[in-house]
Design a protein around this ligand. Sequence first.
Ligand SMILES: [Zn+2]
Length: 427
Amino acid sequence: MSPQVEAAPPPPLKLQQINSPTVYQPKYSDLLSRVNNFSIIESTLREGEQFANAFFDTETKIAIAKALDDFGVEYIELTSPAASEQSRADCVAIANLGLKAKILTHIRCHMDDARIAVETGVDGLDVVIGTSSFLREFSHGKDMAYITKQAIEVIEFIKSKGLEVRFSSEDSFRSDLVDLLNIYRAVDKIGVTRVGIADTVGCANPRQVYELVRTLRGVVSCDIECHFHNDTGCAIANAYAALEAGATHIDTSVLGIGERNGITPLGGLAARMYVADKDYVRGKYKLEKLRDIENLVADAVQIQVPFNNYITGYCAFTHKAGIHAKAILNNPSTYEILKPEDFGMTRYVSIGHRLTGWNAVKNRVQQLDLNLTDEETKAVTQKIKELADIRPLSIDEVDLLLRRYHAAKASGSPQPPDIDEVAKTAA
Ligand SMILES: [Zn+2]
């Protein structure tokens, strides 16, 4: 055996080498990145209609469209008017609401669908066709030459009507890269407004997304829209990676509802982008409206907002461990990357449990305007821990304990009040 040579440890990195004040901000300026210059195509009224529970009547669709418009999304995408007569009528109704958001409808790459859609009054059409070997073999059975020819015919027709037109492949990540780039290049040449990449089956990861979008960015000059399904939990990360690689538009739905377990959620994307560029995101979206929009959609499809939902989940701003609570009370940024007040939410420090700390209890004492010394607060905290070892206490029970202790002290009964006696009367 050759003698082991002990390698010297690498020198610690200097700040200039890291070139960023914190690790969560970009390490270098990225010319491709659209992280602070992107648009949302909100598809609750198209993709979301494919959610298992979804049935939106006209009135609900209009309420959702108005709420999304008020929030500030740039585009609202609607179910194809070719799907049913009611879908067509709803498309006309929403296109005529006079919203600030541009209204799009989604159609198959087919002249019959395009002819119906251009008459609805929408601002643009999102055209889609399957390009993966699976879809070509098991769905429509067409080859790439046929697909390209048909795409060009449909796009030319929509453009002749003065509307925006996006051309997207379906199941892009399981399509042949050369086929994909060829068709995108062909439609870019004839002036398509956007090309779309769709991870229809939710198989892509952020690195694959970055590479595909970056490659496409070098091939087309038009905008690039991305659509990510969340089957493996990558939908938000993939959207972010796409923007970093130069994508310009991201598809979302409220609470992520859609086919199977859905797509990039509007709220989750808002959280992600807020952390990347707070001023930009706050400047263009009314973030405090998120909760109302989510409640509106949750009611419409009869689901609850998940407990761990981004921003609006019931525990999204709840701090529990004593050490966290102390730091949060001193400076919320210690454990919060999102400011609850920017989203119309409030922070909650949970104190009625065995992990509680006296700083958090002291904060509650101050909120209740009780006169307890630090030593007294520590004694009550100890009692809360003891009681909460048996079962957690509600905030009302904690408050009662604090008030009784304070009352016993104020009445001049045994000094200091016997906390065990107080706990008995509070129980
Ligand atoms: Zn989809």
